[in-house]
Design a binder for this molecule. Sequence first.
Ligand code: PLP
Length: 447
Amino acid sequence: MTPCFKRPVSEIAPGRQVCQTPAIDDQRAASYAFIPSTDVPPVVERAEGCTLFFADGREVIDAGGGAIAVNIGHGRSQVADAVAEATRRVSYVIPPWVTEERVALVELLRNRWLPPELTRVGFTSGGSESVDTAIRLAITHFTSVGQPERRKVIGREASYHGVTLASLAVGGHRARRSGFEQVLVDHPRMPNFDTEGLVRVIETEGPETIAAVIAEPVIGATAGALIPPDDWWSGVRTICDDHGILLITDEVMTGFGRTGRKFGIDHWDVVPDIMVGGKGLSGGYAPLGGVFATDQVVGPIADAGRGLMFFTYSAHSAACAAGISALTILEDEDLVAASTTKGANFLERLRPLEAHPNVTEVRGLGLMIGIELTANPVTGGSVSGTSGGLGARVVAEAMRRGVWVYPAGDGHVPDALLIGPPFTITDAEMDRVVTVVTESITTVYGD
Ligand SMILES: Cc1ncc(COP(=O)(O)O)c(C=O)c1O
């Protein structure tokens, strides 16, 4: 058995009690997988800025920001210190109680980040929980105002909102829904960017049965940074208003500067009734999600004496501390603006890839960039709607060459790569990513 760990954990974290075990060899690394697979996962020893240091000595550029989560870069000791301080002060109290970190994060979000209309702020441990909560919030709102029949949530065909059964049910990611369809609530689905199609769905279902419409401002995991036409979002907002339906925007991937604005929806000057966030809210430093809503949504729930059950770890103080710290760094270092300028620069450098016959489009907003791939340059995609895993092979090839990009695609965009690095990425790192992605596509698909 070849040890793949350069140094035992005891050397990396001297004086810690966690290191009584031997170095991580391939067998230990493989045993970590919940569902065993033939792939041995990489062992990550540490991370700094945009670089992941693997135990086998390799250095990998984190051009996917993990799962498009790492926005302020790795290795910020200021965040680690804030988390440690919060933990020392209070390890755990139930979510409805107040701690310094909880209330400070609510204030920071209200005062500096959220649209003024979104005054109510709640926390969860991540994106799926936030979407789940938003669905419960919308339904509870209508129960509270005497319209309990409004309980359907219209999602978009190409969409991903998480893996709890409720968030999976409103999402359209076929591969991730596969095998669960029979237990998923059958919520209606609107065509991708077709406002007339949305009206048809509402009329067919009956507006009086619809609680909310949910969509990601820019489609992430399902379609690789697919951007709606200019007038789509304002059209959806108007249709929701006309029919008394709440609008939920899922900013789990697009929020907190990823697209070069505070929130993805800001590109269209639309304010939702409920917004959910995750990923960038803590920059990957702690499991943290958020649910943000207007007084009009929440007020009637309070008036009716109802509530929403929390998750045990909702608003965990240490996670809130990470959130405060990450958002402060985003502001202090003007990183949302950096996402705009670096994103435009990165997009320009990647654009020549469109000359490759298997690249359909390179697109993006800020540092959320998608490269749509096609197995069949003539018809696009493939007959079966899947590309035979070629996108996954590009991801693996790029990893072999020292760059992590996030795999995306489903349905009519069978394969795409998502590039969503920390907003601190340097020119040299961008150059390296462009070279590696180009070489990887050529290796997998040919010239
Ligand atoms: C738009 C969107 N919503 C929800 C989720 C689910 O978030 P989480 O994986 O934190 O539960 C994701 C995850 O990728 C996402 O991209």
